[in-house]
Design a protein around this ligand. Structure first.
Ligand SMILES: CC(C)(COP(=O)(O)O)[C@@H](O)C(=O)NCCC(=O)O
Ligand SMILES: [Mn+2]
Length: 923
C-alpha cells in the first residue's frame, strides 16, 4: 500500500482508507465510522442545520458533561473547611467551613457621592468522580496540600449615595446580609440579630440606623485611613496589574516588587484629598492633604456649568478648550515663551486668569471650557502638592486613588504631567485600577480570620463578566439571578451599548495636549455616558494556584509572546477572533443540542464577547495588561458564562475514536523501527498531528474541504526536515547519545498535551510511550477545563485506558500511575508479568484556555513538577503564543505546527504549516 506521504514510514493513511472503504460494506463498521466522523464535512453541515440535535448530546462523554463548573480556574478546588489532622503541622490541611450553600460577605465605603461595596461569594465545589485522584495522590507522595481558609470571589460594585435604596435593595436581594455567618466571620456574634457589617466613610455614621432598620444589621465603623492603607497594600501586593502610569494618553502597567513596596505616598482624591505616607502594613501617617479635591471640582463645576452629575461635568471637559479662560504665559509675554525660567508660552500662568480681564460674563463662556479649566487647575494642584510631599519625605513612588480620578485619561495625564514637571522627571505618578475601592476593600479586610492578607499574587485571577464592558462595575437595577436574566440583560443592553459593541476603529494613542493647548483626545471623540466605567473585574481567590516551580526566573517571566501593545498586532488578532466567532457560535449551539435556548445563549455569548473585544479595541489596557493569551482565555470564559461547558465535545470524541482505531497499527510500525528512526518518527508524528486544531481559521477551512485523512496526508507531507526551527539533532543526542555513549534517561517528563484526537492519540501518547520504555516517568499535563478542542485532564484517563488495551507499555505504566486500577485481562500479548514499571500519570494544569500562564498553575502540577527534568510543551497556544521565550530550570522541548501565516512570518520567518522543534537545555 502506498504510504501517506511517500515517506518510508507510517502507513496509517492506509488504515484510514481501509476504514473508509469498510463503510460501504460493513454495517457495523459504518456505525463506528459515522460516529467517529471520518467525513467531517457532511457532519459539520448537519450540525449547522441542527439536524442531529439530540445526537450531539448523546455522544457527549459523561465526564465533562457531568461537571458542574462555572467558568474559571477556581472551580478546581473549593472544598469544605475544617482543619484536618494535626493543626500543629507546618502546613495542615484546612478544609473550608462546612456549609452547603454560598457564603457571602460584604463591606462598604459610604462616601459623600458614591457607595462602594465589596462582597465575597463562594460556591462549594461539587464532588466529581475524578479518575485522576489516585494519580494526584501518587504524585504528591501522600503529602497533603494546605488550603488557606479563603477561596471564592470578590466582587466590586458601586452605587450613588443619593440612591442608597438601590444599594440596600441589592444587598437584600443578594441576601448578602444573611450570608454573614457569625460563627465563621465573627465569633463574638453568635446569631443573625447581632450580625455586624464593616463599613467606612462618613455614611457609615450617617446611615447606621437605616441599615439596622432595613436589613437588621449593625454597622461596625472602621477608620477611613486604616481602610485606605489596608486596601492599597493588598492591591499592590496581590494584583499583578494593579498600578500603572498614564502619560500623554499612554497607559503602562508597573510591576511592583513586593519586597520593595514601602515606603510610598498614597494620595486619595475623594471630595477632599489625603496624603498618606505608608511604611508597611498598618504603618502609616497622614502627612498632608488639601481641601481642593473632587468635591471642589464637582461643586464649583456644578455652580458654573449647571451640570447634573460629576460624570456629565467630566464628559464636558472632553470637548473643552481651556485657552479661552486660563491665562497663559504666552498671553502675558505676547505669545513668547519665558524661556529663561523654563516656561513655554503654552504654560498656564493663572487658572481662570482670563476671566478677570475679559469683558465676558459666565454665560459667555462655554461650559466645556470651564470644566476643562477647572479640571486642569485641580489636577495640577493635587499633583504638585503630592510631589512636594513625596520630596519632603524622600518617597520615590506616589500612588493616586479615589473616585475623583475615575479612570479618566485626561485627569491622570494632568496629574502625571504635574508630578513630572515639578520633579523634573525624577518622580512618577502611578494610578490604581481599583482606585475607588481602596476603602471598601480595607473595611472588608478588617473582618477577622479572613486570611486575605496572606493571599499571594498567583492566587488571584481577575475575570471580567459579560457586563464589564457596559457598566464597569456600576449596578443598574436589581442583581441578575439566573442565566435567563443574564441573557435578557445582554439583549437589553445591546441597544444601550451600541457604541461599544461595534468595533471601534483604532487610532494610535493620541496626546492629551499636556503642556500645550490641544483639546484632550486620549479617549477619542466621546466618553461613554458612564464615564466612571472602571473595568474592575471579579477577583477570584484561588488558594490552590501556584507558580510553576521549574520557571528559571519567575519574576522576569512573561507568558505572552505576542505583544498586543503593538497597534497592528492588536488589530490583526481582533479581526481573527471576530471572524472566527460565527463558526464558534455554531459549534457551541450544536454542542447544546441546537435548541432555541442554546441559540439564544449563543447569541448572547457572541454579543458579550464582541462587546469585550470592542471595549478592548477602544482601550487595550482596560482590563490590565493585554496579551493574546488573555483574549483567548476571555473567549473561553465568556462561553462558560453562558453555560457552554464544552463546545467541541462531540468533535473531540469523534476524533478520539478515529485516532484510537488506528493507534495499534501506528505502534506496530513504530516498533519495527530502530531507536533513531523511531524517535524522529515520533517527533514528526507530534508535529504533524498538531494540525488538528479547531481554533485556527486555516485548519477549520481544511476541515471543511476534506476528510481527516486528507488533512493528515497533507500534514505528513510537510514533515520533511529541516523544520523551520529544528533542534532535533540536539534532542536526539540527549536522548540517544553519540559515539556509543548512552546518556542517562530522564527521571520524569511533563508532557503538556494539546488537542484531542490525532494530536494526543497519535502524537503525544506514542511519544509518552517511548519515554516510558526508556524508564522515564511521564506526567501528562492537560487542561482543567475545556478550551476549543483541547483534551482535558478529565478526559485523558479514558483515552489512555483505551490506548492501553493495545499496548503493554502504556498499560503497565497507567496501572503503576493509578490510571488503571483493574489489571486488564485482554492485553495484546496476554502477558501478566509483574515487572516493576514507571508510572504514567495525568494532572490538570489549572487552566481552561488554549494557552498557559505558568505563574498560575494547579498545585498538583506544581507538585508533579518538583521531580521533573524534562518539559515538553506542545501546540501553538502553549509553546508559541505563550512560553516560546520561557526558560526553565530543566530541559525543555517545544513542539508545534504554526497554523497561522502571520505568526509564521513574525515568529519564525516562515510559512503557515511550518514546524517548530525547539530544544533547550536547563537554564
Ligand atoms: C487557538 C490556538 C492557539 C490553538 O492552537 P493549538 O494550541 O491547538 O495548536 C490557535 O488555533 C490560534 O492561534 N488560532 C487563532 C489564529 C488563526 O485562526 O489563525
Ligand atoms: Mn489546542
Amino acid at each position: 500500500m502506498a504510504g501517506l506521504t511517500g515517506h518510508p514510514v507510517l502507513e496509517i493513511g492506509d488504515k484510514f482508507e481501509e476504514l473508509q472503504n469498510n463503510i460501504i460494506n460493513n454495517n457495523k463498521n459504518k456505525e463506528v465510522i459515522d460516529k467517529a466522523g471520518l467525513v467531517l464535512k457532511g457532519e459539520e453541515n448537519s450540525n449547522n442545520n441542527n439536524n442531529n440535535q439530540g445526537g450531539e448530546r448523546d455522544m457527549a462523554p459523561p465526564t465533562s458533561n457531568s461537571l458542574h463548573r462555572s467558568g474559571s480556574r477556581p472551580q478546581l478546588d473549593l472544598s469544605k473547611a475544617a482543619i484536618q489532622g494535626n493543626s500543629e503541622e507546618r502546613d495542615p490541611t484546612i478544609l473550608l467551613p462546612n456549609q452547603s450553600d454560598d457564603i457571602s460577605h460584604f463591606a462598604l465605603d459610604i462616601g459623600g457621592s458614591l457607595i462602594k461595596l465589596v462582597y465575597f461569594s463562594r460556591h462549594e465545589g461539587q464532588s466529581i468522580d475524578d479518575k485522576r485522584k489516585r494519580t494526584v495522590k501518587e504524585i504528591s507522595n501522600g503529602s497533603r496540600r494546605s488550603y488557606p481558609i479563603l477561596g471564592g470571589r470578590l466582587h466590586f460594585v458601586k452605587f450613588e449615595t443619593s440612591k442608597l435604596n438601590e444599594c440596600l435593595d441589592f444587598i437584600s436581594s443578594k441576601q448578602l446580609h444573611n450570608g454573614i455567618d457569625s460563627h465563621y466571620w465573627n465569633s463574638e456574634s453568635p446569631n443573625k440579630e447581632n450580625a455586624v457589617i464593616k463599613a467606612t466613610g462618613g455614611g457609615a455614621y450617617k446611615f447606621a440606623d437605616l441599615f439596622k432598620e432595613r436589613l437588621g444589621v449593625s454597622i461596625d465603623k472602621e477608620d477611613e485611613m486604616d481602610c485606605l492603607v489596608a486596601g492599597a497594600n493588598f492591591l499592590l501586593k496581590a494584583i499583578r496589574h494593579e498600578a500603572f502610569t498614564h502619560m500623554e494618553g499612554h497607559k503602562e502597567f508597573v510591576q511592583i516588587d513586593h519586597n520593595d513596596l514601602f515606603p510610598y505616598l498614597l494620595v486619595n482624591v475623594g471630595s477632599g484629598v489625603s496624603m498618606i505616607k505608608v511604611d508597611g502594613d498598618g504603618k502609616f501617617q497622614r502627612v498632608s492633604g488639601t481641601n481642593v479635591g473632587g468635591g471642589t471640582y464637582w461643586g464649583l463645576g456644578r455652580l458654573l456649568t449647571k451640570c447634573n452629575s460629576f460624570d456629565e461635568l467630566l464628559e464636558l471637559s472632553q470637548r473643552g478648550d481651556n485657552r479661552t479662560i486660563d491665562m497663559l504665559v504666552g498671553d502675558i509675554y505676547g505669545g513668547m515663551d519665558y524661556s529663561k525660567i523654563g516656561l513655554s508660552a503654552s504654560t498656564i500662568a493663572s487658572s481662570f486668569g482670563k476671566a478677570i480681564s475679559d469683558k465676558k460674563e459666565l454665560e459667555d463662556h462655554r461650559p466645556e471650557d470651564i470644566s476643562l479649566s477647572l479640571l486642569r487647575m485641580i489636577s495640577y494642584n493635587i499633583g504638585q502638592i503630592s510631589y512636594l510631599n513625596a520630596l519632603r519625605f524622600g518617597l520615590k513612588r506616589i500612588f493616586f486613588g479615589g473616585f475623583f480620578i475615575r479612570g479618566h485619561a485626561y485627569t491622570m495625564d494632568t496629574i502625571s504631567f504635574a508630578v513630572h514637571f515639578w520633579s523634573q522627571g525624577q518622580a512618577q505618578a502611578m494610578f490604581l485600577r481599583h482606585e475607588g475601592f481602596l476603602g471598601a476593600l480595607g473595611a472588608f479586610m478588617s473582618y477577622e480570620k479572613l486570611g486575605l492578607d496572606d493571599l499571594m499574587v498567583h492566587q488571584l485571577v481577575e475575570r471580567f463578566p459579560m457586563g464589564a464592558p457596559y457598566t464597569g462595575g456600576k449596578i443598574h437595577g436589581p442583581p441578575l439571578g439566573n442565566l435567563n436574566e443574564k441573557i435578557s440583560w445582554m439583549e437589553k443592553f445591546v441597544l444601550k451599548g451600541t457604541e461599544i459593541t461595534a468595533p471601534v476603529p483604532m487610532a494610535p494613542p493620541g496626546t492629551t495636549g499636556l503642556g500645550g493647548f490641544e483639546v484632550p483626545s486620549s479617549k477619542g471623540g466621546t466618553l461613554r455616558s458612564d464615564a466612571s466605567a472602571l473595568n474592575v473585574g471579579v477577583l477570584h481567590l484561588v488558594p490552590t494556584l501556584e507558580v510553576f516551580p521549574l520557571l528559571a526566573n519567575p519574576k522576569m517571566y512573561e507568558p505572552n509572546t505576542i505583544d498586543l501593545s503593538d497597534h497592528c498586532e492588536l488589530e490583526y488578532w481582533f479581526t481573527v477572533l471576530s471572524e472566527h466567532l460565527p463558526d464558534l457560535v455554531d459549534k457551541a449551539v450544536a454542542s447544546e443540542g441546537g435548541t432555541d435556548d442554546a441559540k439564544r445563549r449563543g447569541d448572547a455569548f457572541a454579543r458579550a464577547f464582541s462587546a469585550h473585544l470592542a471595549r478592548l479595541m477602544e482601550e487595550p489596557a482596560a482590563y490590565g495588561k493585554l496579551g493574546l493569551a488573555n483574549l483567548l482565555e476571555l473567549r473561553e470564559e465568556c462561553l462558560r458564562e453562558f453555560q457552554f461547558l464544552d463546545a467541541y465535545r462531540s468533535i473531540k470524541q469523534r476524533e478520539n475514536e478515529v485516532s484510537l482505531a488506528v493507534l495499534p497499527d501506528l505502534l506496530m510500525e513504530l516498533d519495527r523501527m530502530d531507536e533513531e528512526a523511531r524517535l524522529l518518527t515520533l517527533i514528526e508524528g507530534v508535529l504533524a498531528a498538531n494540525i488538528f486544531d479547531w481554533g485556527s481559521r486555516a485548519c477549520v477551512d481544511l476541515y471543511h474541504k476534506g476528510t481527516i485523512i486528507d488533512i493528515y496526508r497533507m500534514s505528513r507531507n510537510k514533515m520533511q526536515r529541516p523544520w523551520r526551527v529544528d533542534d532535533f539533532d540536539l534532542f536526539r543526542e540527549r536522548m540517544l547519545g553519540s559515539e556509543g555513549k548512552k546518556p542517562r534517561p530522564h527521571k520524569r517528563a511533563l508532557l503538556f498535551v494539546d488537542n484531542s484526537g490525532a494530536d494526543v492519540v497519535l502524537g503525544m501518547l506514542p511519544l509518552a510511550r517511548e519515554l516510558l520504555r526508556r524508564g522515564t516517568e511521564v506526567v501528562l499535563v492537560a487542561n482543567s477545563l475545556p478550551a476549543l478542542n483541547d483534551v482535558t485532564a478529565m478526559e485523558l484517563p479514558d483515552i489512555v485506558a483505551e490506548a492501553a488495551k493495545h499496548c503493554d507499555i502504556l498499560r503497565r505504566a497507567a496501572e503503576a500511575g493509578g490510571l488503571l486500577v483493574d489489571a486488564m485481562t485482554n492485553t495484546l500479548d496476554g502477558s501478566k508479568e509483574n515487572c516493576s514499571s514507571v508510572p504514567l500519570m495525568v494532572v490538570e494544569n489549572g487552566c481552561g484556555s488554549p494557552c498557559i500562564d505558568l505563574r498560575q498553575v494547579s498545585s498538583e502540577l506544581a507538585s508533579a513538577a518538583k521531580h521533573a527534568d524534562l518539559i515538553i510543551l506542545e501546540g501553538m497556544g502553549r509553546a508559541l503564543h505563550t512560553n516560546f521565550n520561557a526558560r526553565f530550570k530543566c530541559e525543555a522541548l517545544k513542539l508545534a505546527m504554526v497554523k497561522n501565516q502571520r505568526l509564521a512570518e513574525k515568529l519564525i520567518k516562515g510559512e503557515i504549516y511550518d514546524c517548530v522543534c525547539r530544544y533547550e537545555p536547563a537554564s
